[in-house]
Design a protein around this ligand. Structure first.
Ligand code: KIV
Ligand code: ZN
Length: 524
């Protein structure tokens, strides 16, 4: 279909690579499932050769994927990456190998230390090897937007002849301006031999805030695949935000005249799920999914809205899946009501998972009058997707102080490797006291790099969601915790981070993915 845009989602690969967006195995599977519900055409599930963890999650996502979605893995143009990628994706109903190499003079000379001829040879060899496994091969020219036009035409022509079926032209460093980008993309589409045999794709970064604008400009000159992420997460300033591209196509169909398979009512639930998983709140003013995106504050605007919605609204909140949250779950809700509520949010749990959630919901209902959908999703995150921990928090008590004779004090009861331990201590503030006591009990005190707190819903009884990032030597880890009491949420987040740090060390996971030099050197 010439007018159909394919959505290639790279939240689990480019997105997950970004600082603070690391997800565990279960979280990746859950997000992949939601991406399928959202209706993306292809999920780039990870970079299988980069770590055992990535390989395992790509393989599991490939196994769980249904019939309507393709599962891609990323691979450098080197044999070992392509082989690992195929091993990881091959059980998907529709597997894809996505292989890439840099094509700009800067990258070829300084990063790859290869001549243009050598780069062409590696690209052709990579695509040929990928084609020996599957007929679904994507090739990307990394740093396309700073490459020489005629070199791109040459390398892309050769990989098409070698069997590539999708050609992706990334603005890797977010350098292009929309008109210039569209002009360059159009030149390559018009001049490459075999151009009509492939789907043309773009992958834009947001360093100058133009990732969505550049992607849309490329769609106007014949591109039919866009590579995007939920909430625009990704390397540095991020990638083009899926929800923004979708709604631009939908709201301005008069300009683009293009169709797609995205269920726009699933946009908000998907973006919200991602934000819960990675513990990064959606900015209030974020287009489409930010809390203020449909809020009308000024009197003139409110008056206009009351007279006619379209005076200040170009799309409805319902069209992107933002519904009024109904407060159906509370203290008296039964097992069945809770099951049905979770099913309406898209979760299907077995009996033991439901029992754990039932207890958690009751516990929350004892402290908080109104339970919102967001609260329930936070409980799922906490109760179901957490890997069993070495360190468990049992009780916390904190006393604040305004600096008089008694400093802030915290007391903590924990289980560490099955043994009960307790202690109390002081700090310069209650959080400092709390983290000091936990560190003493656990016997490690990593540097606290980040501490963020967010109220999940409105109201003074809102569930507080705390995210912390800790670092020790070469390893860093994120921890999240939520509770109506922000000190308890903080303690949970800190303990979660310590558990994750231990897991990361145990896995021997490298802090940084492959260094950029290592990332494209042939390994054989
Ligand atoms: O930004 C980029 O160039 C990439 C490629 C690997 C597609 O992420
Ligand atoms: Zn990228």
């Amino acid at each position: 279909m010439a007018d159909r845009v394919y959505f290639f989602d790279t939240t689990l690969r480019d997105g997950e690579q970004s600082p603070g967006a690391t997800m565990n195995f279960h979280e990746k599977l859950r997000l992949a499932h939601q991406l399928e519900i959202l209706g993306v055409d292809c999920i780039e599930a990870g970079f299988p050769a980069s770590s055992q963890g990535d390989f395992a999650s790509v393989q599991a996502i490939a196994r769980q994927a249904g019939d309507n979605v393709q599962i891609a893995g990323l691979a450098r143009c080197v044999a070992k990456d392509i082989d690992a990628c195929w091993e990881a994706v091959k059980e998907a109903k529709h597997p894809r190998i996505h292989t890439f190499i840099s094509t700009s003079p800067l990258h070829m000379q300084y990063k790859l230390r290869k001549s243009p001829d050598e780069v062409v040879a590696m690209a052709v060899a990579g695509v040929t090897r990928a084609r020996s496994y599957t007929g679904n091969v994507e090739f990307s020219c990394e740093d396309f937007s700073r490459s020489d036009r005629d070199f791109v035409v040459r390398i892309v022509g050769e990989v098409i002849a070698a069997g590539a079926t999708t050609i992706n032209l990334p603005d890797t460093v977010g350098y292009s301006q929309p008109e210039e980008f569209a002009d360059f993309v159009s030149y390559v589409i018009l001049n490459t031999p075999g151009s009509e045999k492939v789907v043309w794709s773009v992958h834009c970064h947001d360093d100058l805030g133009l990732a969505v604008a550049n992607s849309l400009a490329a769609l106007k000159v014949g591109v039919r695949q866009v590579e995007v992420t939920l909430n625009g997460i990704g390397e540095r300033a991020g990638n083009a935000a899926l929800e923004e591209v979708v709604m631009a196509l939908q709201v301005r169909r008069d300009i683009y005249g293009l169709t797609h398979g995205i269920q726009s009512e699933q946009l908000y639930p998907s973006c919200r799920l991602l934000s819960m998983i990675i513990g990064q709140p959606i900015p209030l003013n974020k287009s489409i999914v930010g809390a203020n995106a449909f809020a009308h504050e000024s009197g003139i605007h409110q008056d206009g809205m009351l007279k006619h919605r379209e005076t200040y609204e170009i799309m409805t909140p319902q069209s992107v899946g933002r519904k009024e949250t109904h407060l159906v779950i509370g203290k008296h809700s039964g097992h069945n009501a809770i099951r049905q509520k979770f099913e309406s949010l898209g979760y299907h749990f077995d009996e033991s998972e439901l029992n754990a959630l039932f207890v958690a919901v009751k516990d929350l209902a004892d402290r908080k009058k109104n339970i919102h959908d967001e609260d329930l999703m936070a409980l799922v995150q906490q109760e179901i997707y957490r890997i069993p921990d070495r360190i468990k928090l049992r009780h916390v008590s904190v006393q604040c102080s305004d600096g008089g004779s008694v400093p802030p004090v915290a007391a903590v009861l924990m289980d560490i490797d099955g043994e009960e331990k307790s202690a109390a201590g002081f700090g310069c503030g209650p959080i400092d006291a709390l983290f000091n006591v936990i560190s003493d009990l656990v016997g490690r005190a990593p540097a606290l790099e980040q501490y963020a707190i967010n109220a999940i819903t409105g109201g003074t009884d809102a569930l507080g969601e705390v995210t912390v990032r800790v670092r020790e030597k070469n390893f860093s880890a994120i921890g999240r915790g939520n509770h109506p009491d922000i000190f308890v949420a903080s303690a949970r987040a800190y303990v979660d981070a310590l558990n994750n740090l231990a897991k990361r060390e145990a896995e021997g996971m490298r802090l940084h993915q492959l260094s950029s030099h290592e990332a494209e050197q042939p390994q054989e």
